[in-house]
Design a protein around this ligand. Structure first.
Ligand code: ATP
Ligand code: MG
Length: 809
């Protein structure tokens, strides 16, 4: 009872205790959702520090998002106080950026390298695809980008790939050329894309063992959360970091060969030995849940967990089975759903917090109806004392947020979209960042190309190519070429414009990039940004515009300057590079703004690791979850099921599953079918809400409409609907494109049931909105019969015969 970390073990169950106190080389904690994996990792770090078994600087903890990193840091600091400073708690990407900024000069980059996000790499690839005329070989920018990314996640480069590819196939040859050209361009621009951040760090460690040893000696304890979603490159990085320092890279002492390592046979040397003596590898702790593996599409490899014991012989495995997050009803639903995945180790989560409320199901008429239900229910929860910040709404695809947002705005319901990238995807923000990048990394030609004629300076493509050629000829950067505007042989007006831009960039550099050794004032980034926007004429051009959008752009740029000031407050010694790094690594789950007091909206992918008192999983429909793209992919539906499992296991006390009968998506309005996953939830766990009137006493058109719907449809419809009673029936309804908005605004007081209207090709009909038309064909059966009608004025439409407002002429 005299352990300094005794209080850290308070309230932990025996398995959790073991995970916190275990001291050995390799520890794998596998457990279902909400069983305390992340908590245990946090306490393990605190315990190491508290017992003085490690200095903070010897700790490297990897989380899945920056947000999760921030929370873990906060908790550790809360547990051990100031002595936590100096730990590295970050995402894979952030940790690699830190390493690369220090070491980039070892291999031909400078520390001021730019980080290309996926939009940036897409732009570059697009240019190369065009130059190589690769379109003709079916190599679209999107396809090329995703192939390159996949290969990089496997640690393959163009050269090693070429050795395994079928090079007699011209398309393959072009792809290899593109891959190589892309990599050359990145290097020339002194830039890394997201995949490179990890892959090049692995490369660095393998090529320069003495550099790797610095980090191996430094980080004595490496801990990784959400290990089930690591890809091969990340796996390799962890492996490199936890090797004994001084070990040579090529020693083939076992382990599994690395895929995509090209012709070089690189074998992973497992960390062996016991104790933590100086020459041992770092201790490694990984936690994960194979049922929550949801990033296979980004190369996540579940083998990293399933083969951990093989990769790290002598590893200890701890299983956690008690769930502390959710009620039994929520857990039982989660268990039931995930048990439909074959090929998994059965693990049963249990809880002792009691059954709790039933899960609430709701079927909306349209996605607007569904959104209205969510909004009403949130208000009811709020009245019952649940804080907005304890409520989350999930969806499968980003576009689903729009209907929710519309209703939330109308209901004055405060919400926040988790997914910080949106703001940074705006054109004007990208421009502002390009200006900053142009200052920070003069080699970044893409940034230069982006800003050179924004605002318009009369510099066209011809001039840009002239500058680019001059830069190549003189072997100088694009930026340096600008400084030589008089040598470019362009007209005097253009020359003056170039010289002006050059002068503005130079002035900004002076503010933002102080001479070495000198510390820039904290406000340097914000001041520099403001100067760039003012003196470049960017602000003026927007102000002079009559476009209302441009006013919003000015506000966004002001917001950007505010973000820079905020950054300065939080990081008094932060540099321009730090700022650009932070901005580049803002990930889906990160949120720059304070989300307190708001409901959180996010995709199911983003929801990983989080928890809320009340959770709404919306759009629980076939084609959404499981997503229709996944249907044709091997393992796709299983991965979708895991995603659904992740969603429902975020809920502490209340879980809502909702869907709509019709949904506008993929550019058309379609009949929505309930997700197969709904049927996997035992009936007795679910209560299908009859109408919003049950939640509160809302009357009005909506309740009327819902009642009418029940009256109109009761008892008919598909078999799957029957399980859930009237509310889910029928599921079939097809509305012509564009009509849905109108439809939602004037929900009909009586819903039609054309029941058994007989229609045949050649019949003429009249539609309330579209007028007269001729039936071309009839497809489908029973309640789902669809008439393909050519309207005299409205053109061809598809109508669900049963409910369309039509009559036979
Ligand atoms: P996920 O798989 O979703 O990432 P997890 O396994 O990481 O979940 P945590 O987030 O660490 O689980 O814990 C879930 C909840 O249970 C948290 O609110 C945590 O504080 C709580 N918790 C964990 N262990 C205990 C415990 N021994 N006693 C009480 N509460 C606990
Ligand atoms: Mg967790």
């Amino acid at each position: 009872s005299s352990r300094p970390d005794e209080d850290l073990l308070d309230g932990l169950n025996p398995q959790q205790r073991e995970a916190v106190t275990y001291r050995g080389q390799a520890l794998l904690i596998v457990a279902g959702a909400g069983s305390g994996k992340t908590s245990v990792l946090t306490r393990r770090i605190a315990s190491l520090l508290r017992n003085r078994e490690a200095w903070p600087s010897q700790i490297l903890a990897i989380t899945f998002t920056n947000k999760a990193a921030g929370e873990m840091r906060e908790r550790v600091e809360h547990l051990v106080g100031d002595s936590a400073r100096g730990m590295w708690i970050s995402t894979f990407h952030s940790a690699c950026v830190r390493i690369l900024r220090r070491e980039a000069e070892q291999f031909g980059f400078t520390k001021s390298f730019t980080i290309y996000d996926s939009g940036d790499s897409r732009a570059l690839i697009k240019r190369l695809v065009k130059e190589h005329e690769a379109d003709a070989f079916g190599l679209t920018p999107a396809a090329t980008q995703s192939r390159i990314s996949k290969l990089k996640n496997e640690l393959a480069d163009a050269e090693s790939y070429a050795r395994t590819a079928n090079m007699s196939d011209p398309a393959e040859r072009v792809f290899v050329e593109l891959f190589a050209a892309y990599q050359r361009e990145l290097q020339r621009a002194n830039a890394f894309d997201f995949d490179d951040l990890i892959g090049q760090t692995v490369f660095l460690f393998r090529a320069f063992p003495q550099v790797a040893d610095v980090y191996r000696r430094r980080f004595r304890h490496v801990l990784v959360d959400e290990y089930q979603d690591t890809n091969h490159a990340q796996y390799a990085l962890i492996h490199e970091l936890t090797r004994p320092p001084g070990a040579s890279t090529g020693s083939a002492t076992g382990g599994r060969p690395l895929a995509g390592s090209g012709g070089m046979m690189i074998f992973e040397a497992p960390s062996t030995g016991s104790g933590t003596g100086e020459e041992d590898g770092a201790s490694l702790t990984v936690v994960g849940d194979s049922d929550q593996s949801i990033y296979a599409f980004r190369g996540a490899d579940i083998r990293n967990i399933s083969e951990f014991e093989k990769d790290y012989p002598g590893a200890t495995v701890v299983l956690l089975e008690q769930n502390y997050r959710s009620t039994q009803n929520i857990l039982s639903a989660a268990n039931a759903v995930i048990s439909h995945n074959f090929d998994r180790k059965d693990k049963r989560l249990w809880t002792d917090v009691g059954e709790g409320e039933k899960i609430i199901g709701f079927t909306g008429y349209s996605q607007h109806d569904e959104a209205q239900f969510v909004a009403d229910e949130i208000e009811a929860l709020r009245r019952a004392g649940v804080d907005y910040s304890q409520i989350a709404v999930f969806y499968r695809t980003n576009s689903q947020s729009r209907a929710l947002e519309e209703i939330f705005i109308r209901s004055a319901l405060p919400y926040k979209i988790m997914g910080g990238t949106k703001f940074y995807e705006r054109a004007e923000i990208k421009d502002a960042l390009a200006y900053l990048v142009a200052v920070a990394n003069p080699a970044d030609e893409m940034a230069m190309r982006r800003i050179i004629n924004r605002p318009r300076r009369g510099i066209g493509d011809v001039t840009i190519e002239t500058i680019a050629r001059y830069a190549v000829d003189q072997q100088i950067t694009f930026r340096d070429a600008l400084a030589n505007s008089s040598a470019l042989g362009v007209g005097p007006k253009i020359q003056a414009a170039i010289a002006h831009l050059d002068a503005v960039l130079a002035e900004a550099s002076e503010i933002m990039l102080p001479a070495s050794g000198e510390l820039a004032p904290p406000t340097a980034v914000a001041d520099g940004l403001q100067l760039l926007l003012n003196k470049s004429g960017y602000y003026d051009a927007l102000r002079a515009s009559k476009d209302a959008q441009d006013e919003a752009r000015i506000e966004n740029l002001d917001e950007m300057v505010a973000v820079a000031r905020e950054f300065a407050r939080n990081n008094p010694e932060g540099t321009l590079l730090d700022f650009l790094t932070e901005v580049a690594l803002v990930s889906d789950a990160d949120d720059l703004e304070d989300a307190s007091g708001s409901v959180s909206l996010m995709t199911l992918h983003t929801a990983k690791g989080l928890e809320y008192d009340a959770v709404f999983v919306t759009g629980v429909e076939e084609d959404l979850i499981p997503h229709r793209i996944s249907a044709g992919e091997p393992g796709g539906p299983q991965e979708e099921r895991r995603l659904f499992y992740v969603g429902i296991t975020r809920a502490r006390k209340r879980l809502y599953l909702s869907l709509a009968m019709t949904r506008a998506q993929f550019g058309e309005v379609t009949v929505a079918m309930p997700s197969r996953f709904l049927q996997e939830i035992p009936l007795e766990l679910l209560h299908w809400r009859q109408s919003p009137g049950d939640v509160n006493s809302r009357g009005g058109t909506q309740s009327r409409a819902l009642n009418a719907r029940r009256g109109g449809f009761g008892g008919s419809g598909s078999g799957s609907g029957k399980r859930y009673g009237d509310d889910l029936v029928p599921l079939a309804r097809r509305e012509p494109t564009g009509n849905l908005e109108r439809f939602a605004n004037k929900i009909p007081s009586k819903v039609r049931d054309n029941g058994d209207m007989e229609l045949a090709p050649g019949d003429r009909i009249r539609h309330e909105d579209f007028g007269d038309g001729r039936v071309d064909a009839v497809t489908g059966e029973g309640a789902k019969r669809v008439a393909h009608v050519r309207f005299d004025t409205a053109g061809p439409k598809k109508l669900l015969i049963k409910i369309a407002p039509i009559s036979k002429l």
